[in-house]
Design a protein around this ligand. Structure first.
Ligand SMILES: Cc1cc2nc3c(=O)[nH]c(=O)nc-3n(C[C@H](O)[C@H](O)[C@H](O)COP(=O)(O)OP(=O)(O)OC[C@H]3O[C@@H](n4cnc5c(N)ncnc54)[C@H](O)[C@@H]3O)c2cc1C
Length: 405
């Protein structure tokens, strides 16, 4: 019986397990490892950070979707992958895990790009615990304000105006009235600032759509400092330099959140894979170039489009598509000894960015969408991905047919 070890129960890892359980039934054993005993939808972390969604609405227990007859779940931190020995080391476990096939889906970590103080003095938002910590901190600052009357307690700075930072700004705007109530002020006193080095925001969209997104930010009373490169972060202070100015400026805030970018898990480098920022350029069958029994999926992988110069952006959408392919390829290899005839091909369904609960914009299935219809589409996409990993049971359990929570 073949042993398949799956590392990470995110979009890529968990969907691979769910599919393999269906495809191969009794002819395999799967060991799934994750540091948590739950799966979370990373695409909604900004909502947990702002408090517009609860933790339980975007996460569920891994044991809800595994079939114990075929799959063993181990809650542990992966500390090393040794592709030469076909073995995986887990923290707190003396025995190594040995595999015939290994699927790596260890996801992303925050990237500080070496900005001094970013790691120590700004909140990252790359997993459920970090997102919850941001929310708890914002609320404690709002409470502090009642005693201190210090306006900095009401100020939230988002460092990085990419897709994630902008979606976070929208969720914070949505939550503004509830923060104001806690602080005992009017909502306009809650100051939100977005600092971004680039001057053209939302480069994944055409200019009109990107302008629409920028207008939403400005209309919602968020201070947008574009063309402003962050140089340092001290406790409670962000230093930045605008392209037109020679000197650094600074701003104080009770809450500083870091969303400038992410890289793949550092374990890829530590395990000796040939990687760049934690991402390994995979083969057409999504395996490691020198280790054909190791599949590398999701944010730890780099996949080059056929005619492109840069890899596809890492998204949940491509992570799920990679899981589809990897499960097919593993099943075919176990049955025939050969890879799937066709290589992995990715067809993006589009990208939709949310701005709060009822506004969004983007492209889906070749159509441009804005406003309310776009926000419906965004929720349908999220529900589809929940359905693909958790199944109908989780979709119903989360009450997600109610699109407007
Ligand atoms: C706020 C935000 C909004 C986003 N919006 C979108 C969007 O609209 N559309 C879209 O397609 N993408 C979006 N993304 C990107 C998307 O979330 C990621 O690309 C996706 O989560 C990657 O999936 P993955 O399976 O590779 O990893 P993940 O979903 O990150 O899962 C990794 C898993 O590995 C586990 N793990 C990590 N390290 C270890 C270890 N050492 N030991 C054990 N377990 C470990 C983690 O606990 C986790 O369960 C967004 C991301 C963020 C942060």
């Amino acid at each position: 019986m073949k042993e398949i070890v799956v590392l990470g129960a995110g979009y890529a890892g968990l969907k691979t397990v769910v599919l393999l359980q269906k495809k191969l039934k009794d002819s395999i054993h799967i060991t799934l490892v994750d540091q948590n005993d739950y799966h979370y939808e990373a695409t909604d972390l900004h909502e947990v950070a702002a408090g517009t969604q609860g933790v339980s609405r975007i996460s569920y227990h891994i044991r809800d979707v595994i079939k114990p007859r075929i799959t063993t779940f181990i809650q542990a931190k992966v500390v090393k992958i040794d592709p030469e020995q076909r073995a995986v080391k887990l923290a707190g476990h003396d025995d190594l895990l040995h595999y015939d096939y290994c699927v790596i889906g260890l996801g992303f970590v925050s990237e500080t790009f070496g900005v001094p103080g970013a790691e120590e003095n700004a909140f990252p938002m790359t997993n459920l615990k970090e997102a919850s910590a941001i929310y708890n901190h914002i609320i404690s600052k709002m409470r502090d304000y009642r005693k201190t009357q210090n306006p900095d307690d009401l100020h939230i700075i988002i460092c990085g105006g990419g897709f994630t930072g902008i979606e976070l700004a929208g969720a914070l705007v949505e939550a503004r009235p509830s923060y104001a109530k806690i602080a005992g002020v009017t909502p306009d006193k809650i100051k939100i600032t977005l600092v971004e080095a680039a001057t053209r925001l939302l480069p994944m969209f055409n200019e009109k759509l990107a302008d629409y997104g920028v207008d939403l930010i400005k209309e919602s009373n968020v201070q947008l400092l574009d063309g402003s490169r962050i140089s340092k972060i001290d406790p409670g202070t962000v230093y930045y330099k605008h392209a037109d100015e020679s000197q650094d400026q600074s701003m104080d805030a009770g809450t500083i959140i870091w969303t400038t970018g992410v890289s793949g898990s550092p374990l890829m480098k530590e395990s000796g894979f040939d990687e760049k920022r934690g991402r390994v350029m995979v083969t057409p069958h999504l395996t490691a170039p020198k280790h054909d029994d190791v599949y590398i999926l999701g944010d730890v992988a780099a996949v080059m489009p056929p005619d492109g110069k840069r890899p596809y952006p890492t998204t949940a959408q491509i992570a799920l598509a990679m899981a589809d392919y990897a499960a097919d390829d593993i099943a075919t290899r176990i049955k025939t000894g050969k890879h799937e005839e066709k290589a992995f091909v990715y067809k993006s369904l589009g990208t939709v960015a949310s701005y709060g609960n009822t506004k969004a914009y983007g492209t889906a299935l070749g159509h441009e969408l804005r406003g309310y219809p776009a926000s419906v589409m965004k929720k349908i996409i999220a529900d589809r991905s929940l359905m693909e990993t958790g199944g109908l049971k989780e979709l119903l359990a989360k009450g997600r047919f109610d699109l407007y929570h």
